[in-house]
Design a protein around this ligand. Sequence first.
Ligand SMILES: Nc1ncnc2c1ncn2[C@@H]1O[C@H](COP(=O)(O)OP(=O)(O)OP(=O)(O)O)[C@@H](O)[C@H]1O
Length: 268
Amino acid sequence: MTAATSNRNIPELGAIRFENVTKTFGSVTALDDVSVSFAANKINVLLGLSGSGKSTMLRHINGLHKPSKGGVWTLGTPVHSAGAATLRGLRNDVGMIFQQFHLVESMSVLENVCTGKLGSLRGPRFGLWSYPRAVREAAMEQLARVGLADKAFQRAGTLSGGQQQRVAIARALIQRPTVLLADEPVASLDPLSSAGVIELLTRISREENLTVICSLHQVPIALEFADRIVGLNAGRVVLDRPAAGMTHDDVDGIYAPIPVDERTELAG
Ligand SMILES: Nc1ncnc2c1ncn2[C@@H]1O[C@H](COP(=O)(O)OP(=O)(O)OP(=O)(O)O)[C@@H](O)[C@H]1O
């Protein structure tokens, strides 16, 4: 058992913690002294304008980015100081889905799901039949959970956007993650497919006791889906509240422009 998995289901540890995190890319400050902590087994939604730092925050959780200043702890692992081997181990516990699905379109649906296991298999794989039988069976199980068992041998590129996102969810689930990061998972989907994907994410998160951190642009979906809402504006946390009882008005302030002189003052 890894250090990360040993923390499963211990909410008081705080599944994920950002302490005074600043991230700069050249002259751009993407995150500005962010301190926030996410409890285990909850659905957390990040809201904010384009460029407010949502993706940057998600990418710190699994170590795709490291802070310029401050610290990030994911499932007890200090991501800011972790080496490559520790991060590889951590990423087995942290699944991720993306707006653009990132499936290999020419591969079968089933093989795409199997690739979710690559992090814990030794050596490369060439084709579906090069995966152990147990992995192929686990992939079929996950496809059944997302309602796509009948598409297993179809090329992924032939599926609709909503179906492709379901495959991406199955690919993340086959890892048996503790944390699921979702970067605008419904931004490319029509309203009906979006609703289906959000409903699936909600059901699976509850069934698996996942800690979900999901960035969204759709406020109504956030209010419906989230246990907690964290609002970002120009790289700073401007709202952090349980979602229960929140209204559109409560959320509107997240999107207010921050005066340039105030930004300069805070950045300086
Ligand atoms: N790798 C990078 N190199 C340079 N600048 C970057 C990089 N990643 C992010 N940024 C910048 O950091 C800021 C925050 O970007 P980020 O992608 O986190 O925002 P976001 O809230 O996720 O936006 P969106 O809703 O459009 O996805 C932006 O100004 C962006 O241009």
